[in-house]
Design a protein around this ligand. Structure first.
Ligand SMILES: NC(=O)c1ccc[n+]([C@@H]2O[C@H](COP(=O)([O-])OP(=O)(O)OC[C@H]3O[C@@H](n4cnc5c(N)ncnc54)[C@H](OP(=O)(O)O)[C@@H]3O)[C@@H](O)[C@H]2O)c1
Length: 272
């Protein structure tokens, strides 16, 4: 579906580089269908070395001029400056996909100054290893086909879900900030193993693989996590003893409140 497209990645830093790598390695686009921009020439040279055939430039307007899809992967604070540079090159046929945290499709449409299709994306850092969880929301002029194109792009770095835009703060609280909670869980599980006498490095490897494997089992089997938990909790056994301990400390309530707090913080930040 993206065969005839040219994608400009404006601000090819961490997220932009992950997306262009995912698109090339996933055979979604050939490298010569992609143009990456940054201000730092040496970083662009490194991208060209990493992805042979990729075109790069420090000229955002020139890149946007060639593109049928513009991926905005700059920081939110660079938004006004960069959109001013490219807005005259981006006509109503161009799909703009933005990963700018907290910036609404309405604001982006306003910045571009005309009625163009905009899709807002909230990825997370596991996209750097092609295991991202991304939420997508279409703006007023985004049609089904635009969301499908955005889904194809983010499928190259993991999985995506289309949500109404008002839920983007909840997504920020769940999957956007979620890796931080999981890292804490891995760290705590590692410490728990060390407390029981395991060497730290072995404990860290076992904890990490346990989280990864359990997540993969949920995803690959499609089974409800409660069913999988029941399958490892032998009556009178070790797992149920630990589950009971976690329940007594309110693990679920703690998680629900943590995501609620992050969601509220996201709303506050967007109003500042
Ligand atoms: N990282 C996350 O977990 C995450 C999650 C969700 C959303 N996001 C969003 O993703 C976006 C990018 O985040 P990131 O972590 O990838 O940041 P990043 O690594 O700093 O990437 C941004 C890139 O933009 C380039 N840039 C800055 N000004 C520019 C300009 N005027 N023209 C062209 N390029 C310019 C910078 O390169 P030069 O300095 O060389 O120009 C930099 O490499 C942010 O808007 C963030 O809100 C990130």
């Amino acid at each position: 579906m993206l065969d005839n497209h040219t994608v400009a990645i404006i601000g090819a830093g961490n997220i932009g580089r992950a997306l262009l790598g995912g698109m090339i390695h996933g055979d979604l686009l050939a490298s010569d269908q992609l143009i990456a921009t940054r201000r730092t020439q040496s970083a662009l040279d490194a991208l060209e070395d990493e992805f042979p055939g990729l075109r790069t430039t420090t000229d955002n307007a020139a890149a946007a001029n060639e593109a049928s899809i513009v991926l905005l992967t700059i920081k939110p604070q660079s938004r006004a400056e960069v959109i001013t540079e490219i807005r005259d090159q981006v006509n109503d046929d161009v799909l703009v996909i933005s990963v700018l945290a907290g910036v609404t499709t309405e604001t982006l449409q306003y910045n571009f100054g005309h009625e163009l299709p905009v899709v807002r994306a909230m990825p997370n850092t596991p996209a750097l290893v092609d295991e991202g969880a991304t939420a997508l929301a279409g703006g007023t002029f985004a049609e089904e086909r635009h969301l499908t194109m955005a889904q194809q792009i983010f499928a190259a770095v993991g999985q995506s879900e289309v949500v109404p835009e008002y839920l983007m703060d909840a997504v920020t609280g769940l999957s956007g900030s979620g890796p931080a909670y999981v890292y804490m869980f891995i760290e705590a599980l590692t410490d728990a193993g060390v407390k029981q006498g395991l060497p730290r490095e072995a404990a860290a490897r076992l904890a990490t693989q346990t989280v990864y494997g359990a997540a993969k089992l949920v995803r690959d089997t499609g089974k409800h996590p409660a069913i999988l938990r029941d399958e490892v909790t032998t009556p009178g056994g070790t797992a149920i003893a630990a589950v009971s301990e976690l329940e007594s400390h309110g693990l679920r309530t703690m998680m629900i409140n943590a995501v609620a707090t992050a969601t509220e913080r996201s709303k506050e930040l967007n109003q500042e």
